[in-house]
Ligand binder design. Structure first.
Ligand SMILES: C[S@@+](CC[C@H](N)C(=O)[O-])C[C@H]1O[C@@H](n2cnc3c(N)ncnc32)[C@H](O)[C@@H]1O
Length: 303
């Protein structure tokens, strides 16, 4: 949803746009074209590989681009280090990039065998290997149930636990096979691999994805100038729910119980939600990129 997401940002020349998930620079390139000749783009990514790729792609615009390795949850500090106090637009295109998924050594996918890693930021000292092999059973079960929306979490964790007592679980294939063995027969025959939800859950936990999203939405809203736009593309229902709820709560402002005679929370409306329903990809996009099937775009405007 490159075009739709960038359209909603209302880019104009001279504008300052923050792309919090610059990845390979696809959205950023379009933003830079639309903010020609003097708009500024600040690009953030946790992943050094992504920054290399986007630096290469955005070379023609290099004097208008600032690329920073970091977490979008730290966008306030990152912008302040560049002496930027407010922006005209923010884009978050959440989740892993195709490049990360397809780089076998990164361990995001079980389609090839790789060390259990899943760190977006390779400087981080905590990987999926640490989580799977050292987390207490109860914590692992909660992660797989809540972040993977997997109701067979108990069964999966008991299989993982049995295995890790014998030897550490080292690779993506090993993990996928343990999950597969823990599943009842009808689930084993499904088109979608039974370990898909477990992998999603572990990745979310390793990268603290939901808490980062929450922080960045609340901080980002305060960084927007009046009429500035915040666009978020999410890839699963947990993320989309957070975006919807945070946007709605700042559209509403006051959160006092309805029977309060006057407002006691002093929370003021900060946003108007532009997309009353999430925008979904069209058939052509899904055909050319099946991963886009679950994408949802929401945009809000600062009042
Ligand atoms: C779906 S890709 C973005 C693709 C990009 N829009 C493009 O056009 O190429 C998501 C990117 O966000 C990065 N990312 C995920 N969580 C992040 C976070 N909390 N802070 C910064 N970058 C993050 C990932 O490393 C990945 O490169």
């Amino acid at each position: 949803m490159l075009k739709e997401a960038v359209d909603f940002l209302n880019c104009r020349s001279g504008g300052i746009i923050l792309d919090g998930t610059i990845g390979g620079g696809g959205h950023a390139c379009e933003i830079l074209k639309r903010t020609d000749p003097d708009g500024i783009l600040v690009g953030i990514d946790l992943d050094d590989d992504a920054l290399h790729e986007s630096r290469r792609k955005l070379k023609p615009f290099s004097e208008r681009v600032f690329l920073m390795q970091g977490n979008f949850a730290d966008m306030k500090t990152i912008l302040s280090s560049l002496n930027i106090k407010a922006v005209d637009g923010i884009l978050l295109d959440l989740g892993v990039s195709s490049h990360q998924l397809e780089t076998t050594t990164r361990g995001f996918s079980f389609s090839s065998d790789a060390p259990l890693d899943m760190r977006m930021d390779q400087r981080s000292g905590f990987s999926a290997y640490d989580l799977v092999n050292t987390a207490p059973e109860g914590e692992l079960e909660k992660i797989i149930r809540d972040y993977g929306e997997e109701f067979r979490a108990r069964k999966i964790v008991s299989a993982l636990s049995k295995q890790r007592k014998l030897a550490p679980i080292r690779t993506t294939r090993e993990l996928a096979e343990i999950v597969m063995r823990a599943m009842p027969h009808p689930v084993k025959r499904r088109r979608i691999h039974p370990a898909t939800k477990t992998f999603q859950a572990l990745r979310i936990a390793v990268n603290d994805e939901l808490s980062n999203l929450h922080t960045s939405l609340n901080d980002g809203i305060d960084l927007l100038r009046k009429s500035g736009r915040f666009s978020v593309i999410s890839f699963h229902s947990l993320e989309d729910r957070i975006v919807k709820n945070v946007f709605r709560s700042w559209e509403k402002g006051c959160i006092c119980p309805p029977d309060f005679p006057i407002c006691a929370c002093n929370r003021k409306k900060k946003l108007t939600v532009i997309t009353k329903k999430p925008i979904m990809p069209g058939e052509a996009e899904i055909n050319s990129n099946p991963r886009a099937r679950s994408a949802r775009l929401r945009t809000a405007e600062r009042v």
